[in-house]
Design a protein around this ligand. Structure first.
Ligand code: PHE
Length: 465
């Protein structure tokens, strides 16, 4: 078997895993999901899911990875449950699908750096009209660049590639985002934006908000597809999994939360406090922000450029982790050399992403790919892949992972693995909670929401709300 890499220390792992978690999910998707989910209620739901449901899944994934030192498919084999490795296969499929469209959104964001620095504030209108996303030559070039950058980092290996890149990119990202929050809070109407974001009106909870928040929690924390089984497989035995998972969750949730603090004052500023346009969906950042930057005059070009650079950096540490999952599989299970595995996998995923790239207006067929039962409008291919892979497969993967850990591998084996590096774990409150969560809470809630998501999203059957 090929030699496997390792993170050089605990900080390296935490940075890489937080880098995976913090991405377009936090800065692009979170604000627009909040906008569509009616504001603070969605935020509350999301926070609850992250800590109560997702945290135990995260700990379980890392523990399985560290125990077996394998990719998601090999991990189930190594534990002796070959007939469960379909969970790993589903995860790898999810990773491939997610990366295929994620790279396209990353390409849009990366392109914005140049547009804004050059003072092209009309780009927001171009985005809204579909002329930006359908400029296939430009977007194609950015997308190739982004995939090549990702593959380059992954090809350098775990410590010299992934860890090194995240150790530079993550602190830079934190500095930029803090700067932008402070800046946005000084704008007119900032408080109206904050009120929308933070003042809950519980009348608004419905099925859509609930499953949207769950999908977002899984996506944002990179859970349910074995990304953390894979990263966990490069962790040393003396790391404390509980502390690491806590820090990763806090960083991810913290940055999503801060991204909201930045975004909603921007929307309030532009709408004169009415919050009109906040439901802008996938275009929220791309359509709204150029207008904000324009009104800031010359400084706007710089601040706008910096913002989209931030978004690109956040995306890059996530694409790296998305690529690492199938690569680890090909390296471990098929014995392919790392370099080769990386470039081959990246090329295949790029090809799979082409329909997503064409679904931004270039191809009528992919732009109006499918109409869900009961829906008024057609859904484009990119959104369809995202609905399927991130909102559906990830919670399903999380469900299967907890059922496996609780009833097949057995909770005592899980607890034993966690306790290595965490001497006070056995018998602690956290260990009791995690056992309870993986045995009852996660399977029940994830199972229920999975069914509701599939019915509600694809078949138009809203069981409640
Ligand atoms: N968590 C990443 C984000 O928020 C996306 C991602 C999902 C990365 C699953 C890896 C695995 O952007």
């Amino acid at each position: 078997m090929a030699v496997r890499g390792q993170f050089s220390n605990r900080l390296g792992f935490i940075m890489a895993a937080a880098g995976s978690a913090v991405g377009l999910g936090n800065i692009w998707k979170f604000p627009f999901e909040v906008g569509q989910g009616g504001g603070a209620v969605f935020v509350a739901m999301y926070l609850l899911f992250c800590f109560v449901l997702c945290f135990p899944v995260m700990v379980t994934e890392i523990a399985i990875g560290r125990k077996t030192q394998r990719n998601p498919v090999g991990a189930f084999n190594a534990l002796g449950y070959k007939n469960w490795n379909f969970v790993g296969k589903l995860g790898i499929l999810s990773g491939i699908l997610i990366l295929s469209f994620y790279n396209v959104v990353a390409a849009w964001a990366f392109g914005y750096v140049f547009e804004l620095v050059l003072g092209n504030f009309a780009i927001g209108d171009a985005f809204a009209a579909g002329t930006y996303t359908s400029d296939i030559v430009k977007i194609g070039a950015y997308a190739i660049f982004f995939m090549v950058a990702t593959a380059f980092i992954v090809s350098k290996g775990v410590s010299k590639g992934i860890e090194k890149a995240t150790k530079i990119l993550m602190p830079t990202l934190i500095v930029i985002i803090l700067f932008l929050v402070i800046y946005s809070l000084t704008l007119d109407h900032a408080w109206e934006g904050l009120a929308f974001y933070l003042k809950p009106e519980f009348g608004e909870v419905n099925g859509k908000v609930v499953y949207g928040a769950l999908g977002q929690a899984f996506f944002s924390l990179s859970l349910g597809m074995g990304a953390l089984i894979t990263y966990g497989s490069y962790v040393s035995k003396d790391d404390n999994i509980i502390t690491s998972a806590t820090l990763i969750t806090l960083m991810d949730v913290g940055i999503a939360f801060i991204a909201g603090l930045m975004m909603f004052p921007f929307v309030a500023y532009l709408s004169g406090g009415t919050m009109e346009g906040v439901e802008g969906g996938a275009g929220l950042i791309f359509v709204t922000l150029p207008g904000v930057f324009e009104s800031l005059g010359a400084a706007g070009a710089v601040i706008g450029g910096i913002f989209f650079l931030l978004l690109s950096f956040a995306a890059l540490t996530s694409t790296v982790s998305l690529l690492e999952v199938p690569v680890a599989y090909v390296v471990d299970e098929k014995g392919v050399k790392r370099e080769r595995a990386v470039w081959l996998t990246a090329a295949v995923i790029f090809l799979i992403g082409i329909p997503s790239m064409l679904s931004g207006g270039y191809s009528e067929f992919f732009s109006k790919f499918i109409t869900y039962v009961g829906a008024e409008k057609a859904t484009d291919f990119l959104t369809f892949v995202s609905d399927t892979a991130s909102d559906t497969f990830l919670p399903l993967g999380g469900l299967l992972i907890t059922v496996f850990a609780a009833y097949v591998w057995k909770k005592n084996n899980l607890n034993e693995e966690i306790s290595i590096g965490a001497p006070n774990y056995i018998g602690s409150f956290v260990s009791k909670y995690i056992s309870f969560a993986i045995m009852y809470l996660c399977p029940a809630v994830l199972g229920l929401i999975f069914v509701l998501t599939v019915l509600g999203k694809f078949f138009g059957i809203q069981v409640f709300g």
